[in-house]
Design a binder for this molecule. Structure first.
Ligand SMILES: Cc1ncc(COP(=O)(O)O)c(C=O)c1O
Length: 1009
């Protein structure tokens, strides 16, 4: 019989003198109540099941009292004594004698509800458990020495009940985990023992509120399973539940372990037992459920609640237990493979036979940079195709007079293009990039020799494209007899018959030859030579290239082959400085207000189409860089600029056809009377010139600008950029600048759906014009982006610009269209932003995408304005309009047309906007999705009625997108608009990837409003 709340309230009053309202808490066995007293103090009243033993309650109370004393900084539940000073007591409730005790209520929500579980949270959980166990080390209680089925030191029972699992594959899965446990079990009593909480599952761990980022592990509740057991069991249980549903469960377990180890250093045998114990805990859990399901057939809850445990068990089953062990050692700051450092020492002391006939120590050689940022290879993946790669490498070797090329160890590369190197089919799925061997590039047919004595472990032909081709692995023994291996890949087919498995080999004995493509795995001829400290039962499939996310682990598994080759260090190009060094140098050498994107800065070394690649070879989808209009490193633009740079690059004081050709092409894209071009190097220069043109033409100075606008970084442009002069460090608005409201039909005074919104916003410009007239002031002009970007990816209401231009022209001003962000087809339906408003400006300013990243900008104006500007003062820009810049600009126009990128922007943009609008319908925080073509924005708000901006969520979302490999940014006066304006080669699968990631992230705790 369940106790009712009024009984609980009575007990609280009589036993504790607390007048409180009681609310039952969920619980199967005991009666627990949440009590809130008049003064707001909250408690948990525990009325135990009549069969509970007092000793066990005493153990819990004493453990909590011990923790309150020895780890007071932990927010664990505190026992509140009765009025008589007892930690617990016996009282009559609902006709039975019940044990009653009271705890202070610990606020928080359970870990099970936390989405996502970032590394900081997992590590913090480890620290909490480690700190608690360190404090419990000095605690004992007779009742904690008990037999409990959840005790990981006694998990053997589960194997007897495997029969309850009906599905044979699942039964086998649980059995494998329990088999490994049985093998470990005899060693468990030898591990450190202590009293532990014993049930740090994801419903017993409390974490901080959803609005806190990163979330923190705050507390642990329910000490009902307290037991004396192997201490590491605590961590294993906590880690098992923390890893449920995580994208990389081993990494999650490693984070928890790292946190635990920081507070309570783990002993090596404990680390060695951890993975097996984690799997055993999951197996025990699923066996227990299967048994319950057998007793309660048809209860769907039992199977649903176990689904995550099965899924995790399956994921962990796919990881070699020794690999997991090494990863956990790494997390605890130990060398991942225990014997790897000693092996490296031993190898260094050997005097191996040469692996090639040429002496790699002395023969002339070229050490190649084949890294992600290799200038030799460039961004075009075509450079990695076998013949092209061979030509590059052999060309460089010929030029250096070398017959030997060397490819580096531990180098992240992007030449591994076959699906076998990818963790999934998506472009953003992690690809293996880090080379674990040394390549020796030389002509096919050259003999390959064993450097050390050993035996043949395997001979195989891995014939799949870009695999090893014919491969031989030799087994050796280091000084203390520990086995290790050397691997020889991309051999000739004759090698397959040269040695046989099991055969002994002596140093200097020929074991194979260098193979030729395509039979060698289809690579230019070379030997891939690798050392392997532990073959991990992988045989011929031991990887030669590792995931960068596991780089330290695989470096330990495969130490540097140069330990045996001895190529002089000075031959190697300087390694890429690590990201941290680049960041430090940048901080020391460059102005501090040169900003860096993202909480975790990126070091980008390569760009190709809509992708950017960091120094580890990780691909990122670029969804907000509008400069590489036709795609990063477009070969056509690259070639055009390179070819012209190799011929002539000088200023515009000589006749050259490139500049007139380009001016002709640009002018042809403009409506009459726009037809006179000026070329510059940046949009800031172009806007500066536009201001000068306006002033020269009108003889006036005053300008009307839009609120939140940005037009460039020069002094003159800061003056007309409210975003700057009104922002941090800004000096305020000069008297000659007049700010009109931004025609934002989502948050402005006139909203979407108001057919007259355009005219109403334009009326504010008319007001300024009237005021100036009344004050006797003239007007030079009006400048605005035709779709404000910095202002928050705004689309003007229909008719706005036409009205504004009418008012401005009536006052004698000129109309300047800043097309820097939106021009060149991005909008899909139109080539220029002003066309979407049906107007023709007097001056058009072009920049950013115009040269696809090559410094280039332009001003296009009318003959009349150009004539006014031609007032005797020479116009000259040293670099503006040089032949190289014009070649780049011409190539951009060619590519836009040939690849029909404006049409692509329209189709993909419409698709993406549809998807974003669907997201906005599903996620309260996404208040608005808007834009045209591939110029889109999602505005985040805390409240759809007040439109309170959610800048913190926007920042959270772009940082989470970055973690998922998608680069977006924020914009808008409140920094709450996610800007989406990718290179125009952006395709539908890219849109899908972005939409899926946004859908997930907007559902995460921090984004829920
Ligand atoms: C609308 C607009 N105009 C002008 C500029 C200035 O361009 P640049 O940095 O190339 O001088 C920018 C730069 O962000 C811009 O967004």
């Amino acid at each position: 019989m369940k106790l009712n709340p009024s009984e609980a309230e009575r007990l609280a009053r009589e036993l504790y003198g607390i007048a409180a309202a009681a609310r039952p808490l969920p619980g199967e066995y005991d009666d627990n109540f949440h009590l809130v007293a008049a003064d707001g103090a909250a408690f948990v009243l525990k009325v135990m099941h009549p069969e509970r033993e007092p000793a066990l309650i005493d153990a819990q109370c004493q453990a909590l009292a011990h923790l309150a004393l020895h780890a007071p900084e932990l927010a664990l539940p505190r026992v509140r004594p009765t009025l008589a000073g007892e930690r617990f007591t016996t009282a009559e409730a609902a006709g039975a004698a019940r044990l009653v005790w009271l705890l202070g209520y610990v606020p928080g929500r359970v870990l099970a509800e936390a989405r996502p579980r970032p590394p900081e949270l997992l590590r913090g959980l480890g620290r909490l458990l480690g700190r608690m166990d360190a404090a419990l080390a000095g605690f004992d209680h007779p009742a904690a020495h008990r037999e409990l089925k959840w005790d990981l030191a006694r998990a053997g029972w589960a194997r007897q009940l495997l029969g309850c699992i009906a599905n044979p594959a699942r039964r086998a899965l649980a059995e494998r985990a329990l088999e490994r446990y049985d093998a470990l079990a005899p060693a468990l009593p030898g591990l450190r023992q202590s009293v532990i909480h014993g049930d740090a599952n994801d419903y017993n761990v409390l974490v901080s509120a959803p609005g806190e980022w990163p979330p923190r592990a705050l507390s642990l509740i329910d000490f009902g399973d307290i037991m004396h057991s192997a201490t590491v069991g605590e961590l294993a249980i906590g880690a098992a539940y923390a890893a449920l549903g995580q994208p990389d469960p081993l990494a999650a377990i490693a984070e928890v372990a790292a946190g635990y180890h920081a507070e309570l250093p783990l002993h090596e045998p404990e680390i060695a037992a951890l993975f097996t114990l984690v799997c055993a805990r999951l197996a025990v859990s699923v066996v227990n459920s299967a048994q319950r399901a057998a007793l309660l057939p048809g209860d769907p809850y039992v199977t649903i609640s176990e689904a995550p445990a099965w899924a995790l068990l399956e994921r962990l089953d796919a990881i070699h237990p020794r690999l997991a062990h090494y990863a956990l050692r790494a997390a605890c700051g130990l060398p991942p493979v225990p014997h790897s450092p000693a092996l490296a020492e031993w190898l260094r002391a050997q005097n191996p036979a040469p692996v090639l006939a040429v002496d790699v120590r002395t023969a002339p050689s070229v050490v190649f940079d084949l890294s992600a940022g290799s200038l030799l290879l460039g961004a075009d993946p075509a450079a990695a195709a076998t013949p092209a790669l061979g030509e590059k490498l052999w060309g460089a070797m010929r030029a250096a007079g070398a017959a030997l090329g060397v490819g580096r160890y531990d180098e992240p590369r992007l030449i591994y293009t076959s699906p076998a190197f990818a963790s999934g089919a998506g472009a953003l799925d992690e690809h293996r990039t880090v080379h674990l061997g040394i390549d020796l590039w030389l002509d096919a047919g050259a003999p390959v020799y064993a450097p050390l004595a050993g035996s043949v472990e395997l001979v195989a032909d891995n014939a799949a494209p870009k695999d090893y081709g014919p491969v031989i692995v030799l087994r050796h023994a280091s000084g203390d007899g520990t086995p290790f291996y050397t691997l020889y890949g991309h051999l000739g087919h004759d090698s397959l018959a040269m040695v046989a498995p099991g055969q002994a080999v002596s140093p200097g004995q020929q074991i194979g030859t260098i193979g030729a493509p395509p039979g060698n795995g289809d690579w230019p001829p070379h030997l891939h030579f690798q050392i392997i400290a532990d073959l991990l039962d992988m045989g011929r499939d031991f990887p030669g290239v590792a995931y960068a996310s596991q780089r330290a682990l695989w470096r330990s598994l495969s130490p540097d082959p140069n330990l045996l080759l001895g190529i002089p260090a000075e031959r190697f190009p300087a390694p890429e400085p690590p990201k941290e060094a680049t960041l430090a140098a940048r901080r020391a050498l460059l102005g501090r207000n040169l900003s860096i994107s993202y909480r975790e800065p990126l070091k980008i070394v390569r760009g190709w189409r809509q992708y950017l690649y960091d120094d580890t070879g990780r691909a990122f989808l670029d969804v907000y860089n509008n400069v590489p209009l036709v795609g990063h490193s477009h070969p056509r633009v690259v070639r055009a600029a390179q070819a012209q740079l190799a011929l002539l690059n000088t200023n515009t004081r000589y006749l050259h056809d490139q500049i007139v050709r380009y001016a002709e092409r640009l002018a042809a894209r403009m409506p009459a009377p726009l037809g006179v071009c000026f070329f510059l190097n940046s949009a800031s220069e172009a806007n500066e010139l536009a201001l000068r043109l306006a002033r020269a033409h009108t003889g006036q100075r005053d300008m009307i600008v839009l609120d939140a606008a940005y037009h460039g970084h020069t002094s003159g442009l800061i003056d007309i950029s409210p975003y700057k002069f009104g922002g941090p460090g800004g000096m305020g608005k000069p008297a000659w600048v007049h700010v009109a409201p931004i025609p934002d039909d989502y948050r402005g005074a006139y909203r979407r759906g108001d057919a007259a919104a355009g005219r109403k916003y334009a009326a504010h410009v008319a007001e300024i014009v009237a005021r100036l007239r009344a004050e006797g002031c003239g007007l030079a002009g009006y400048i605005a982006e035709t779709l404000p970007s910095v202002g928050g990816q705004i689309v003007f209401p229909a008719g706005y610009l036409a009205e504004v231009y009418r008012h401005v022209r009536a006052a004698g001003g000129v109309c300047i269209a800043d097309e820097v962000q939106v021009g060149f087809g991005r909008l899909g339906t139109h080539f220029w932003g002003f066309e979407t408003q049906g107007v023709v400006p007097d001056i058009v300013v072009l920049g950013k995408p115009i040269g696809n990243g090559f410094p280039l900008a332009a001003v296009v104006t009318t003959p009349a304005i150009a004539a006014s500007f031609d007032n005797g003062m020479e116009f000259f820009s040293t670099f503006g309009g040089n032949p190289v810049a014009c070649a780049a600009g011409l190539a951009v126009l060619d590519v836009l047309e040939e690849e029909q990128l404006q049409a692509n922007a329209r189709h993909v943009g419409e698709y993406l906007l549809g998807g974003l609008r669907a997201l906005a319908a599903n996620h309260a925080v996404a208040g608005d999705a808007r834009g045209m073509g591939l110029f889109l924005g999602v505005e985040l708000v805390r409240d759809r009625a007040t439109l309170e901006p959610a800048a913190d969520v926007a920042s959270y979302v772009v940082n989470r997108l970055r973690e998922r490999g998608i680069l977006a940014g924020t914009d808008g006066p409140f920094h709450n608009v996610i800007k989406i304006r990718p290179p125009l080669v952006f395709a539908q699968p890219d849109a899908d990837a972005l939409l899926a990631a946004l859908d997930d992230i907007l559902a995460e705790d921090f984004a829920r409003v």
